[in-house]
Design a protein around this ligand. Sequence first.
Ligand code: KG4
Ligand code: ZN
Length: 332
Amino acid sequence: MLCLGIETSCDETAAAVVKDARVALSDVVSTQIDIHRRWGGVVPELASRNHVVQVMPVIDEALSRAGVGLSQLDVISVTSGPGLQGALLVGLQVAKSLALAKGLPFVGVNHLEGHLLAIRLADDAPEPPFLGLVVSGGHTTLYEVPAFGTYRKLGTTRDDAAGEAYDKVAKILGLPYPGGQPIDALAQTGDPKAIQFPRALKQHDVLDWSFSGLKTAVLVHVKEHGVPAGQALNDLCASFQEAVADALTKKLIAGAKKAGGRQVVLCGGVAANSRLRALAEERAVDAGLKLYLPPKRLCTDNGAMIAVAGAEAFKRGLRSASTLNADPSWRL
Ligand code: KG4
Ligand code: ZN
């Protein structure tokens, strides 16, 4: 079964062909980061305009790298929410048009479901039930996944998403957007114990997170000591990174214990973070859990994860109507 997945919810135009909901035959991502960087964040109008320019070449490239023609596809899947309204509409309209032209079914899928199922493309992939922690620029939510298509929220952030905290702290430190990678790189040679940043919602029975206090603590530190440079900058990055990784992994393990789960998955852009990956690995072993970490390219936005979610939905008999609209705040 061949599924073409299309993703245009934010600042990556992406398309991929996935076989049997398990194997990516191609996975093409065109990022707009350079366009948005000078504005310090994603500009919705610019995102839509650039998706319109990129979406067809990206789909063409995904099909040609897979060696698959449109008529060989069984289904087309597309992110229909959550995300930026205008950006989502570009991918959605292209998916509908291709489906209509070729007489194919299409499925609108939730972007977060895509992140949760990206791990299915890895060689070592879990079957449900598993627990999945989505940590991205817009979301920090722990889900219980008893079966494909069933997602129970166990906990979430009460304010900023983890990736949002990275991006805001990077801005405070004068680092480029998006902030995750640059902070991760500087933290490699920093001392994570240099600054004691706060850990919010420490209670183990509360499965929620809060990152806005941490961001404010960084701001206060910078106001008192000035924007750090050299080793002091590396130390601050490492200390901030430690606080985020500590909070995320503690609640992930607590959630698994509470839900009685044995398999846990980390996903979303922040799951590419080196310290988060290492600490999650360490704490999962201690707790006797099997941790699944998608390779980094599957953590950030891509078309293959949307194809997997679409293919699984298609297998369950789901088909979207041609009247489907984008839903910018679709909750999973
Ligand atoms: O999943 P994603 O590509 O897009 C959303 O759905 O939001 O995640 C993007 C987020 C950004 O906030 C970015 O700073 C963060 O993922 N990120 C990282 C790393 N790489 C990307 N955060 C921490 N460490 C990284 N290495
Ligand atoms: Zn995402």
